[in-house]
Design a protein around this ligand. Structure first.
Ligand code: ZN
Length: 445
């Protein structure tokens, strides 16, 4: 009969089973003669102890292994030691293959479901997961971006800082929060900090403080969609205020006009344009605010930084005093972030895929039920398919030093080791379009 456990270091003695469990009595196979600690002393039997370990489920049932583990005593050094059983994990009350089983499944199932399936407690599952993610954190390395994006993403009710590689459209990392206490040490310890030349961000003061303190060489560019959105928000603020003074019927109508007001004027058809002008006749202030919004957005039609800055100055001068409070958030942002806003005209980078990131966030929250932030982060960051799509095979020069042949090339500078070109896979992180596609297909459900 074949051995139930099929483990090289354990021999099955008996198998008991009920509706819920398998209990396997087993014994170690090793025959020690010499002490493993002093490596010279002979070992003598020194009793045994009953120990139990969880193993991978069999036929859908959790498996528990019970062994009488032999203990030895060394006649030379006097130390006692248990017989070695290679298939037992060193840290957990489990076999090594169960730990591996949990590692391969813990991204796809909740800790609670996992714990039920293998009959370990949830805390142990979490520890195995934590060890695994820490291991991935050192073994999987994404190249630090040249053009880095910082965005926020809402996962399980909190804003997290999502760090992206703008050129590669990949996620570089997701931090548990966007607080300075989290981001400052993170960026301080970032590998290859000098790689970062440009940083696109929204106008969040913590991001700017952290980047200035830790990546002083990097140029900060405000994501233009974030600042442009504030012009729309100003029009919205006024529209909502005006609605309060309207009859119920008109109020409802003005509610429907939201998208018309937010659309760029040159994208409106004749009918919408006529409807809009009718509103402006009733509310001249709304017409003025709308014109200011259009004027602000057209700053980005400028070709040069100087042209854009001049257009912005003119625009600021056009704000009527009664509209100043409506546009206050925007004008304050323009003042506080002037350099970073207009840096765009010299370095036109944006978090242009913000839309897909936002959709990603929504889907993440849906699948977030039952998972912790750490699990969602790990599933996103270490997804194999998305990582493959984000990786690039690059040709790099490495030393071609063969000690047997000791080949050198000589140049005027003296002897140098010959270089050879090798193809190397460089990982940049999970590719965002792939992550979106996988989410759509329900891969993370
Ligand atoms: Zn010894």
């Amino acid at each position: 009969m074949t051995d139930f456990l099929q483990l090289p270091s354990l021999k099955t003695l008996a198998v008991r089973s009920d509706d819920e469990f398998y209990v396997v009595e087993a014994a170690g196979r090793s025959d020690w003669l010499t002490c493993q600690l002093c490596e010279v002393g002979r070992l003598h039997g020194h009793g045994s102890q009953e120990q139990s370990f969880q193993d991978t489920p069999s036929h859908g049932k959790p498996v528990r292994i019970v062994i009488q583990r032999r203990r030895y005593r060394c006649i030379a050094c006097g130390k006692t030691q248990f017989e070695p059983i290679a298939d037992i994990d060193g840290k957990r009350q489990a076999t090594g293959r169960l730990v591996n089983y949990v590692r391969t499944h813990c991204f796809r199932e909740t800790f609670a479901a996992m714990a039920r399936q293998v009959a370990l407690d949830e805390k142990t599952i979490r520890h195995i997961f934590d060890d695994f993610v820490a291991e991935l954190g050192t073994s999987v390395r994404f190249l630090t971006p040249r053009v880095l994006g910082i965005d926020e993403i809402k996962i399980i009710g909190s804003y997290r800082a999502m760090i992206t590689n703008i050129e590669r459209k990949t996620v570089f990392d997701v931090r548990p929060s966007r607080a300075k206490a989290d981001l400052l040490p993170y960026f301080r310890q970032l590998r290859d900090k000098d790689n970062v030349e440009l940083v696109a961000m929204d106008m969040y003061h913590v991001y700017r403080q952290v980047v200035k303190a830790t990546l002083p060489q990097a140029r900060i560019v405000v994501d233009r969609f974030h600042i442009q959105r504030m012009a729309n928000e100003a029009v919205e603020k006024l529209r909502k205020r005006l609605r309060k003074d309207l009859s119920a019927r008109q109020r409802l109508k003005l509610k429907d006009e939201r998208f018309m007001l937010l659309k760029r004027q040159h994208d409106l058809d004749a009918a919408a344009m006529a409807r809009m002008l009718a509103w402006f006749e009733q509310f001249p202030l709304l017409g003025e605010a709308h014109a200011l919004k259009e004027g602000f957005l057209s700053i980005w039609d400028q070709k040069s930084r100087a042209g854009a800055e001049a257009a912005c100055e003119r625009w600021l001068g056009n704000i009527a005093p009664e509209l100043a409070p409506v546009f206050k958030d925007l004008t304050t942002a323009v003042r506080n972030w002037h350099d970073e806003i207009f840096a765009y005209f010299e370095q036109p980078i944006t978090n242009a895929y913000t839309e897909s990131v936002n959709r990603l966030a929504k889907d993440m929250n849906r699948m977030g039920r039952g998972y912790s932030f750490e699990v969602i982060r790990a599933r996103m960051l270490y997804d194999k398919k998305a990582r493959e799509d984000g990786a690039v095979v690059e040709t790099v020069l490495v030393d071609d030093f063969n000690p047997n042949l000791a080949e050198f090339t000589y140049s005027r500078a003296g002897p140098s080791v010959r270089k050879k070109k090798v193809q190397q896979v460089v990982e940049y992180g999970p590719y965002i379009p792939t992550l979106c596609k996988l989410l759509e297909e329900g891969h993370f459900e």
